[in-house]
Ligand binder design. Structure first.
Ligand code: HQG
Length: 185
């Protein structure tokens, strides 16, 4: 079985091809983001990323954020969220908790309080249900700031929310009036 370092490397490569650049290994995602497991394995091996079915299952199962999912029949695989390529994840709108959190870099705060939270390159704005997760997302970008999102109010005002299979909350945008910066992290 492969070690943790190799698992992380393969997981990062899977994020690249299943979320952003499938063309890197000449695969195509279907409109819901799925690709055949067999095609993925073949394409990865052709392009020098050695992997077999057992290893792929290991990467999916051990992924700390459950970033990937197999279809029920195990024939297809996709990323659960985080895409920049156009996909329809076919999620049903759901009622969010009253408050959700967004971790970001302090240097983005000014822009966010000018334009609201925007989805940037991704498909949706990504929100977290707890502070710990939001912190991890935020520090990736620099000095951490955490925003509270009044998701309950947004929902009452007609904004739609979705939750990905791995528990990430998604919405189209968050206007400034539903945002508050937390003074304590
Ligand atoms: C910021 C990871 C200035 C926004 C995470 C964020 C997540 C603005 C950055 C998922 C802005 C975009 C997504 C505005 C938004 N002005 N900055 N008006 N509006 N921003 O990486 O939410 O680990 O696309 O605050 O865990 O950080 O890869 O989004 O800092 O779930 O599985 O623009 O990706 O998942 O950054 O992360 P990103 P994110 P994985």
């Amino acid at each position: 079985m492969i070690d943790e370092k190799q698992t992380t490397k393969l997981s990062k490569f899977l994020s690249l091809v299943l979320r952003h650049q499938p063309q890197t290994i000449r695969i195509e995602l279907d409109e819901s983001g799925w690709v055949s497991v067999e095609k993925l394995i073949t394409a990865m091996n052709i392009h020098g990323h050695k992997i077999d079915l057992e290893t792929l299952q290991h990467v999916v199962e051990t992924n700390n954020k459950k970033r990937f999912a197999f279809s029920d029949d195990m024939k297809k695989i996709r990323a659960n969220q985080g895409h920049s390529v156009k996909v329809n994840l076919e999620l049903e709108p759901v009622e969010p908790p009253n408050t959700l959190y967004h971790g970001t870099a302090t240097r983005f705060i000014e822009g966010i309080f000018k334009d609201g939270l925007k989805k940037q390159n991704r498909h949706n704005v990504h929100l977290s249900k707890d502070l710990e997760t939001a912190s991890k997302v935020g520090v990736r970008h620099g000095k951490l700031s955490i925003l509270e999102v009044f998701s309950g109010d947004m929902h009452k005002d007609g904004y739609q929310f979705f939750v990905s299979e791995n528990g990430v909350w998604l919405t189209e945008e968050v206007p400034v009036k539903y945002l508050m910066k937390r003074e304590e992290i």
